[in-house]
Design a protein around this ligand. Sequence first.
Ligand code: ASP
Length: 589
Amino acid sequence: MYRTHTCGELRITDKGRKVTLAGWVQKSRKLGGMTFIDLRDRYGITQLVVEADAPQELVDTATSLGREFVIQVEGEVVERQSKNPKMDTGDIEIKVDAIRILNKSVTPPFTIEDESDGGEDIRAKYRYLDLRRNPLKNALTLRHRIAHEVRNYLDDKCFLEIETPYLIKSTPEGARDFVVPSRMNPGQFYALPQSPQTFKQLLMVAGYDRYFQIVRCFRDEDLRADRQPEFTQIDCEMSFVEQEDVLNTFEGMMRTLFHNVLGVEIPNPLPRMSWYDAMDHYGSDKPDVRFGMTIHEITETAKGKGFGVLDGAAYIGAIAVPSAADYTRKQIDELTEWVKRPQVGAKGLIYIKVNTDGTFKSSIDKFYAPEDLAKIAAVTEAKSGDLILVLSGDNKRKVQNMLGVLRIEMGNRLGLRDPKVFAPLWIVDFPLLEWDDETQRFYAMHHPFTAPKPEHEKWFYSNAKEDLERVCANAYDFVLNGTELGGGSIRIHNADMQKRMFEVLGIGPEEAEYKFGFIINAFKFGAPPHGGLAFGFDRVCALFGGQDTIRDYIAFPKNNQGRDVMIDSPSEIDQVQLDELQIDVRKNG
Ligand code: ASP
């Protein structure tokens, strides 16, 4: 037997017990002839002591141990002279009788401590060593715990976990597909799923009315911060449901997770906000509602005073930043430069200080009398001492979006975004379609399998652009603290409506048949009404862990270039493989 106990287990009540432990040497030190060793495994650290009067061979072995050696020790649990209340095992130590070196280790390239001295790159290269550190161990343990709770909850509600294939057909869902060449079918390719969307719908047709899967998905996107080319979803689908049933089931799941994993109670029922309200008041479809500072439209109030920039704008909006009227000239200049950065894209920033003495000071004093500014202050609900920030432009949604970004920035600066406060909500009533000026066509806002709201079907079958723009879907996103954690919709389950959807999206009948014939066909065989959603599992884990990056919650993630630097992938493949696949690689692009 390699061990009788783990390194996190022994307590003062075990005093006198003969034990065998195995683990890694965290560190060792000599003190007055005695050797102290911290022995670590997944469960914790236990202090070992080799007495000065122990047999010489044992003392020699103890002093020869380097960091990360794997050893097995036998000894007796004794009470410590100087206890360490910070450690679970801090009341005891093991008086060692025998040490067996199970394996040596070369010196690790960084310290295996909570605060390691290793930079990100070196830790990524030696991920298996990084994973020995507590922060990562805790992250993966939390991930396991959440997955376990999800399975329990869904099992309780009669969901079946069913696996769907990874080698599928390319049916892009907004991002690029990763493709896999087929050796047996030269010139043909599988695609890795961006999500199991069509398969879960086919499971509904097959009668498996409650499905879920904790499943890997693949999207070949240019990697924005905190995206991974492969990531995990909690993917779910239900039959014979309306939006209400889906929302209730899954806010129940999130409520259970919050309660069981974090001991946090979230509101019951969860707040809901329409997509239109979210855009108008938060400038985002994933609003952070932990704080106010909402966007107010002041187009009518602010126009007509002879100030060209505002008079010529199609939309003028503002936020009132609490207690920021004392911002200095320098701070305002810096903020103005900040909103002009390409990531925000504003042309300039107008400010109005609502001074505590009742006066106003603004960058537009020349055109606006105090009464005019007072009117704007009233519309924006600014209080005495607030700083009103105004943006304008010719596209309402664009300006709202910029104000949304500015609002989040001010929320950060004022410390209003505490990661320990959780403010989840549903965003509902999304538009079904999104017009793209560049390509002059509609795109599905969620995906092409989302159904129009029954009461909007009349517009869905109209060919007028304004009608199609008005169509809403029973689509919903679960949003937490400014992050979209999940989303889904009630689906189309009728072959003719699905065909109409492809037509609206400019996908011709042949292309629709080639790419999606299987699902249109399946809908002819008694498809039940159905709907579902998927949660971004990695992100749920990160937010539960109070972090904003998902990388630590994935055992072996890719870096920002989509590379796994540990195994050095992607990499070239040898000519034999290429020949078998009948693939010629173009050299030099
Ligand atoms: N398949 C969708 C996605 O990955 C989720 C859903 O509609 O269920 O976003």
